[in-house]
Structure formats: C-alpha cells, structure tokens
Write a protein that binds this ligand. Structure first.
Ligand code: F0G
Length: 458
C-alpha cells in the first residue's frame, strides 16, 4: 500500500481553544457590528481570518529567538537573515521592515510618483492602498481564467501578456516604475504563477526597460506549485526553483508573516545598489535603522530559520495537502469554491453559495457571518467590502468574484479541524435557501474599509 503523507513534525506545545454556544455567538457578532475583525479571538473556535502571522514556529526557531542579537546596528541576526535571503533569492541588499505593508511603504516611497501606473496580478489590498495613497493606479492584468471558479487552469495567478503589453504601450517606462508579480496571487484565490509566465513577464518588461518586483509573501507555496504542476520542474528542489523565480526580478517586498513562518516581520530585498540607497533613507524614517527596520534581533533570527524551513519540500507538501484535504471534503458536499486548490486557503464562491442575497447586501460577508454563527469559525470576506469604493466616483466597486476566504494558518490545525470546518459549511449550505438577506453599511473608512466597517442586519 502506498503510504499516505504525514506532517514532518510533531507537537511540543498546544494552546487551548474554546467552543461557544450559538446564543453567545449571536450576541458577540452583534456587539462586533457584524464585522468579524471586531470579534475577540476567545470568541472564535477555529480562526481562519488569515494565515498571516498566525502559524506555529518550530523548536529551532524558538531556539534562534534565544540567540537573537539586539544590537542597534550591525546585529548578527541581521547578517544571518541577509545571508539566508541572498542564498534563497540571489538579492544581495536587504532592508528589514516590521511587516509586508511597511516594505511596500518604503519601496513605493522610493519608486512611485503621483500619476504612475503599476501593472500586476490582482494586487493585494494593502498594496493597492499604498499605490492609490500616492495617487498612482494599479492595473490588474491577471489572466481571465482566474475569474472562472471552475476553470482548472493550474496557474490562475498568471499575468496576461497581451494585457500587460497594452499597458506598457500606453504608458511606457516613464510612467511605469515597475511591474508587480504577486506570488501566490492572494486576491485571486491563492493561485500560483508559473515560471514560464514569470520568465515571459521579465522578457517583455526588459524590452520596455521596466523593472520587475515580486510581492513574495507566499513565494515558497508558489514554488511548490511550480514543482508539482509545471512541466520540467518535478525533479527540481524547492530552493532551486525559488532561486530561479527571483532571478527574473529586480527586487521583492516580503510579508514574513506568511512564508517566513514567523508571527511578525517583513523585508525588502534588492539587486540594485542605487535603489537600495534610496530605500535605506525611507527605512530609517519609517521603520528604524537599516539593520533592524522595525524588527527585534530575535525575530530576524527566527525568520532566517523560518525561511529555510518554509522552502523544504516535506513541509510544503504537508501544508498544501491539508488545504487539499479540506477541498476534497467540500467536493463531497458540492460546495462551490475557487478551483484548483490555492496555496493558503479555500475561497468559497459566495455568489453561487448564496444566490438569493443581492450583491449590494454583501453575500460573502453574509456567508462569513453565517459560518461564524454556525460553528464559531472565522473567515474573511474577499468581495465588495474589501474592494472599497472607486477613489474618484465613490461608487462601490463590485469585483468579479465574491469570495469567503478560509485561510489556514501554517502548522497549526489538524485534519480534524478541517472536518469540523467542512461539516459547518455543509450545514450552512443545507439552509442556503432560507438566507435571502444580507447587511448594509452603517460606518466605513475611506480606504481599507473592511477592517473597521460597521454593518447592520437587513
Ligand atoms: N502582499 C500580500 C500578497 C499579502 O497577502 C499581504 C497580507 C501583504 C502583502 C501585506 O503584508 O500583512 O505583513 O503587512 N496579507 C494578509 C492576509 C493580511 O490576510 O492575506 P502584511
């Protein structure tokens, strides 16, 4: 018999979580103004709000914490991290930041001017926020297949080269400081980008003299998909694939809270010394001195170790197989979600799941609340609330997909938890025909409204 996969680690510390009653959850979600971000974590049983900073560290990472060097300048932990990043990516220049959006803030302050255009694949919301905050524009060039839920294209994060070239022709290098490739592409379902596509984007960008920057939050998961889905890479080591990915870029921003396997941190890594010098000034103003940039020495030490572990095939296999396991359970119940399985989450298709809830009443948010009421599970809306209003017309932007993301933290939950999640979704699916009404907005902020929005039940 072929042996099934099993996690290449065992548990050494556990953390208690508590199941509540439906009555308690009804009260709590009301008090939270129907915004799942406003819940206290103790009011949640299984927390799938995000895979960002919510994973478990290994014993080696905890050991690294004890060896962290807290020197203000020239910390040994910084050099450890710089060496690891260069070994994995080939980028020699490193600027630590306190998390991914801080890396965006520093790098975009360096590179983006008012009126600029940043083409890419479904920019993440903070990324788009940092672009629009500078009165620049993000143009989404993701392939159309990404928006077809049932389409089994293996690399739905890919950039459409025709769309990209049109943007390049229209605006040119003077208006486009860089093209941004997000790996994996979170907003389109944790979908990967193929190496063939990365190579082609680089070639096209070179023709137009436009640099390529990676938003690399989930680069290791992307490399796993290249290894398992792309021809010619099956026999390659994850670290080799990672090195090849970054060889086609000029730099990267990183949220270390994902594939860095740590709870906080980020960085910028660059090939160009001049850009590094300019970005260093912004690092000092916004984050801290260039050898810590908002991170404790101990956190840099844990990150160096985490990056090494995250780029091991055995770890990645267990990670992605767990998401596949959850997906297979949902298949049994015919629950509609973005296929094929992405790297870090299941993205449930709320438009199909709750067809009777009108779009302007936020079906994905409605589904998120129902799942919480059903079982104490917290997901996150990736839909109209997240998409914000158009900065000029102030109308709601209706994205092509209305999704409930169930993000699975790394090395944290067991497959029993996955069974629990699938059963809860099944129960909500069974009563979907009774769910016809959603929510209206009582309060919202100008950008990134989903974090603080307050809703009322219709
Ligand atoms: N880029 C991507 C692709 C992300 O998914 C995130 C964060 C960031 C940048 C920003 O990084 O949080 O460290 O400042 N994503 C989290 C999520 C918040 O839940 O998907 P950060």
């Amino acid at each position: 018999m072929e042996l099934p996969y099993a996690e290449p680690y065992r548990m050494k510390t556990v953390e208690e979580i508590h199941l509540s009653t439906r009555e308690q959850r009804e009260e709590w979600i009301k008090q939270a103004n129907y915004n799942l971000f406003n819940l206290k974590s103790c009011q949640v049983f299984i927390d799938l709000l995000t895979d960002s900073g919510t994973g478990s560290m290994s014993d080696k990472q905890w050991a690294a914490i004890m060896t962290g060097d807290e020197s203000y300048a020239g910390s040994h932990s910084f050099h450890q991290l710089r060496q690891m990043v260069e070994k994995l990516t080939g980028f020699p220049y490193l600027l630590p930041t306190h998390q991914g959006r801080a890396a965006e803030n520093v790098l975009f302050s360096t590179l983006i001017k008012e009126g600029n255009i940043i083409p890419g694949n479904s920019h993440f919301d903070t990324t788009k926020g940092h672009i629009e905050f500078r009165k620049a524009h993000a143009i989404d060039c993701t392939i159309d297949e990404a928006f077809e839920i049932e389409n089994l294209h293996p690399f739905k994060g890919n950039i459409d080269l025709t769309k990209l070239e049109q943007v390049y022709q229209e605006y040119g290098a003077s208006k486009i400081p860089f093209c941004l490739i997000t790996i994996t592409c979170n907003s389109s379902g944790g979908q990967p980008v193929s190496l063939q596509n990365i190579k082609a984007v680089k070639k096209l960008s070179d023709q137009y003299k436009i640099p390529v920057i990676f938003d690399a939050a989930r680069f290791a998961e992307n490399a796993y998909f290249i290894k398992t889905r792309e021809e010619g890479y099956h026999h390659k080591d994850i670290k080799e694939i990672v090195k090849e990915i970054f060889s086609y870029g000029d730099g990267m921003t990183m949220s270390s809270k994902k594939d860095g396997l740590v709870n906080i941190g980020g960085f910028i890594a660059l090939r160009n010394l001049e850009v590094y010098h300019k970005a260093s000034n912004f690092t000092i103003i916004y984050e801290g001195y260039i050898t810590y940039g908002g991170m404790a020495g101990r956190d840099m030490a844990a990150l160096a170790q985490g990056l090494d572990e995250a780029t091991e095939y055995s770890y990645l296999k267990a990670r992605i197989k767990q998401i596949e396991y959850l997906g297979a359970l949902l298949n049994q119940y015919n629950i509609p979600y973005q296929k094929p399985i992405g790297g870090h989450a299941i993205f449930v298709d709320a438009l199909q799941f709750l067809p009777k809830v009108p779009r302007e009443e936020f079906p994905a948010q409605t589904l998120g609340i129902e799942l919480y009421l059903e079982a104490g599970i917290r997901g996150v809306e990736i839909g109209t609330i997240l998409a914000d209003r158009d900065p000029i017309t102030r109308e709601n932007r209706y994205p092509k997909l209305e999704l409930l993301r169930l993000a699975v933290p790394r090395r944290t939950y067991t497959n029993n938890h996955m069974q629990y999640i699938a059963a809860a979704l099944y129960n909500v699916y069974e009563r979907r025909n009774n769910l016809t009404k959603g929510y209206r907005i009582k309060y919202e902020s100008e950008i990134l409204r989903h974090f603080t929005v307050e809703l009322a039940k219709l």
